[in-house]
Design a binder for this molecule. Structure first.
Ligand code: PLP
Length: 411
């Protein structure tokens, strides 16, 4: 039986919320990073207190144990996202590094002048900039699937857009609009055109069940720190056949089989892509985070966030002069809401919410400048939810937004 998700009880699992300084904090910046439960903090402390050694190379018991922990974490990740094999899981520093790995190890070597890379207008910079760089180096061209006024991808010309594409990279869920994209449909269309698919799942894997084998994508990236895990650890899922064919991303220790003065050969997948001493602490923490989330089950986490999003959209829609960004239907969204309030600058609003209500939200372009330009905005304020947020907090947010109108003398 999964543990019942009662957000007020869940809050007790997170030491930061019992710190006298942060006891009354309403933390709504989970799309940027989540807080860490005791379970994860203790797993990391335990690793350093009782199991720390460098992995893979040691023959002594402590190193063997550390290696086991690291590799067990890989198996746990594989199971969590339903990969066919643990060999399809590469540990990276985060989503950004995972996408760069594909850009440099796959795209740089497989694209040439005249080839086409397709992205969408709702991408985070980490799913735009690496492709711009690689297209610049190879002479391939870049095009974008447009976003419509309702905040969805305009798929009316998907086939036309994908014609001749070598690679299609898109987000599972937008970190600004909240839109959850129809990834199965996108992958299917890309496959019909022979394009390799890369999914940025930074805003989805932490919040709902994911089945990479079912989706049929070639690559999928996410970050540990957005799902209760530590910073500096992330995952690249890659379909075995592609990982086998690819050249390494970086060179150094661990990723080699043999080094001679006149050349080198590579280790097996996935270690071929993990040059140097890996982030063992990060992998251990991520495994603990997966255990923690699995106590509730990802279906229950999704339902909880959906309820919060429904309530938040309902309450926020009633605030005068608010501009809600993204799909109206909460079911099509992940648990985040970006908005504008009259002509109050999002930075001023975020400071007000923090100073007067202890509400932590993010303000700015959220690393999605092209999308903001498309929306005709320079910045938005974003509230994003997780397992420890409850309806009472959403109600305070709505009340605070009404008070902001008075404070900023919006007439
Ligand atoms: N992609 C999306 C959709 C994101 O929201 C983020 C982070 O905010 C990233 C990529 C980058 O993640 P990281 O900074 O952990 O590499």
């Amino acid at each position: 039986m999964p543990r019942r998700l009662d957000p007020r009880e869940v809050r007790e699992d997170f030491p930061i919320f019992s710190d006298p300084k942060w006891r009354d904090l309403i933390y709504l910046d989970n799309a940027a990073t989540t807080q860490k439960p005791r379970h994860v903090i203790e797993a990391i402390a335990d690793y350093y207190s009782r199991r720390n050694a460098n992995v893979h190379r040691g023959v002594y018991e402590l190193s063997v144990e550390a290696t086991e922990l690291y590799e067990r974490a890989r198996r746990k990740v594989a199971e969590f996202i339903k990969a066919r094999s643990w060999r399809e899981i590469v540990f990276t520093r985060g989503t950004t590094e995972s996408i760069n790995l594909v850009a440099y190890s796959w795209a740089l070597r497989n694209l040439k002048r005249g080839d086409k890379v397709v992205l969408t207008e709702m991408e985070h910079h980490s799913n735009i900039v690496p492709w711009q760089t690689v297209c610049g180096l190879t002479g391939a061209s870049l095009s974008y699937i447009p976003v419509n006024e309702e905040g969805y991808l305009d798929l009316s010309e998907l086939d036309k857009c994908l014609k001749g594409a070598k690679l299609f990279a898109f987000t599972y869920a937008s970190n600004v609009l909240g839109t959850i994209n129809p990834v199965g449909e996108l992958v299917k269309a890309a496959r019909e055109h022979g394009a390799v698919t890369v999914i940025d799942a930074a805003q989805y894997v932490p919040h709902a069940p994911v089945d990479v084998a079912g989706i049929g994508c070639d690559f999928l990236a996410f970050s540990g720190h957005k799902m209760c895990g530590p910073m500096g650890i992330g995952v690249l899922y890659g379909r075995s056949e592609l990982l086998e064919e690819m050249e390494p991303f970086q060179g150094g220790g661990e990723m080699i089989r043999e080094v001679r003065l006149d050349g080198s050969s590579w280790n097996e997948v996935p270690w071929k892509f993990e040059a140097g001493t890996p982030n063992v602490e990060g992998a251990v923490g991520l495994a603990a985070a997966i255990d923690y989330l699995s106590e509730f089950g990802m279906d229950q986490i999704r339902s909880h966030e959906l309820r919060l999003t429904e309530r938040a959209l309902e309450l926020m829609a009633g605030v005068p002069k608010i501009g809600l960004v993204g799909p109206e239907n909460p079911k099509d969204r992940c648990g985040l809401i970006s908005f504008t309030l009259a002509d109050v600058h999002p930075h001023d609003l975020a400071e007000f919410l923090d100073a007067k209500f202890r509400i932590a939200v993010r303000a700015g372009h959220h690393c999605a400048m092209p999308l903001h330009t498309k929306l005709g905005l320079t910045a938005t304020t974003r509230a994003s939810f997780y397992v420890y947020n409850h309806e009472g907090e959403v109600e305070v947010l709505a009340r605070a937004l009404r008070e902001a109108l008075t404070y900023f003398m919006v007439s």
